[in-house]
Design a protein around this ligand. Structure first.
Ligand SMILES: Nc1nc2c(ncn2[C@@H]2O[C@H](COP(=O)(O)OP(=O)(O)OP(=O)(O)O)[C@@H](O)[C@H]2O)c(=O)[nH]1
Ligand SMILES: [Mg+2]
Length: 393
């Protein structure tokens, strides 16, 4: 039976639309880009074979034996802020770091707490290492909420932060912890004669044997700060951090280093929404649960002035400024970016992110895998920006 031409055309169009519909359902998922996905960077450098860093290295020797006088150790410590109830996680983190590194170098551990450590905490942590362990109470004036913080305003602000899903916003101790890690820890009298530290949190993992003295690496190669992972922050937790920073910079233009990482701090290409919500800051930061750093930077006049400015502005409490963005912005502005080092050879995990290099010295992590969590977490990876603007040294 002959069909009228318009009916035939309509039938053909319907068949084509049906085929298109089926194709959309069954095309390989790699071809679908969900809203908010980012193009991944060309190639994860962790897939490339990784050895020890270039530069001066001091390897293990008898001069690092525990408890000896005139050892090869420099003024440095492993440093952990931790609660008594986090003992199991602390022991696990210690085991990993002792196994991969510190049993060769025997740097002291310094534990900090806003409450006295229990005897059980002391006994069990001491049993994990041949090195000296120190247990320090944080002075009240370093931990307490500063007098100029209006607690009614704090309560109101945290309600709003909670509505925006800012994690830990209503936990005052979290705000205190972030402030302490930003501008207080290096002022503790127990660290008076200590220059370098390696920050360690409970439950973190270390995967790779490291056979050189990382503190000597920092000192001998003129490095200020070492990181493993670089992430985006939640812009809702820091809306006024960058505007306050710009105010400070306007008062102190002399503090900005001529080789600063300003372009990394202000990138708005990769995640423009983050830059917009954070009012001009990319939110990229060194993930500060891992830090190997020289406290001289935190003790400098530039950083002290910057921290005091931020502290007075109140955002550690009225917002939820973390020590990670505060440290990162300060380093990005006031330090020569060539003095910031990516420790690509240190295999590390703090849930849910990894730094896992391609090296026979690593066991227990998957080379090049950034996260074992949900796939959207890849969006939080800001390393490509650091590599783009500063490099991989
Ligand atoms: N003594 C003490 N330590 C704390 C307190 N709050 C946090 N810490 C420590 O500070 C560090 C950071 O706290 P976390 O709760 O791990 O914060 P986070 O890494 O942002 O959050 P998670 O993703 O849940 O690990 C850890 O080493 C904690 O043990 C506190 O109130 N007292
Ligand atoms: Mg943590």
């Amino acid at each position: 039976m002959a069909m009228a031409r318009p009916v035939r055309a309509f039938g053909l169009a319907a068949i084509l639309m049906w085929c298109f519909f089926i194709y959309q359902i069954f095309i390989p998922s790699a071809g679908i880009r969900r809203p908010g996905d980012l193009p991944s960077f060309e190639r994860d450098p962790n897939l490339d074979p990784t050895g020890e860093p270039e530069g001066l290295l001091v390897h293990v020797s008898d001069a690092y034996a525990p408890g000896i006088e005139n050892s090869a150790r420099i003024n440095a410590t492993l440093l952990a802020l931790v609660r008594n109830e986090e003992l199991p996680g602390m022991l696990q983190a210690m085991q990993d770091l002792e196994r991969t590194w510190n049993h060769k170098f025997n740097y002291p551990w310094t534990f900090f707490n806003d409450e006295p450590f229990t005897e059980e905490f002391k006994r069990k942590t001491k049993a994990q290492t041949k090195a000296e362990c120190r247990y320090e109470l944080i002075p009240e004036e370093h931990w307490a909420t500063p007098s100029w913080i209006d607690m009614n305003l704090y309560e109101e602000s945290t309600k709003m932060l909670k509505e925006q899903d800012v994690q830990y916003a209503d936990m005052i101790s979290y705000h205190q912890m972030c402030r302490w890690n930003s501008g207080m820890f290096y002022k503790h009298p127990a660290l008076k004669n200590t220059q370098f530290y390696w920050r360690v949190e409970p439950k973190v993992h270390f995967f790779c044997d490291v056979d050189y003295d990382v503190f000597r690496y920092m000192q001998d190669n003129n490095k200020t700060y070492g990181f493993t992972i670089n992430l985006y922050d939640s812009p809702e937790s820091i809306p006024s951090l960058w505007p306050e920073t710009l105010k400070f910079l306007a008062e102190h233009p002399e503090y900005k280093h001529k080789n600063s990482a300003m372009d990394w701090l202000t990138d708005n290409v990769r995640r423009p929404d983050h830059n917009r919500k954070a009012n001009g800051y990319s939110t990229c930061h060194f993930w500060s649960n891992f830090e190997i750093a020289d406290m001289s930077f935190w003790r400098s006049k530039a950083y002290e002035d910057y921290f005091n400015h931020l502290d007075r502005a109140g955002g550690f409490f009225y917002e939820r400024w973390g020590d990670a963005p505060v440290h990162s912005i300060a380093l990005g502005l006031f330090e020569d970016s060539s003095r910031i080092h990516w420790f690509r050879d240190i295999g590390y995990q703090h849930i849910p992110f990894f730094n896992c290099p391609n090296s026979p010295k690593c066991k227990g992590c998957v080379t090049g895998r950034l996260t074992d969590g949900e796939s959207w977490l890849h969006r939080e990876d800001c390393r490509p920006n650091w590599f783009k603007y500063v490099g991989m040294d």
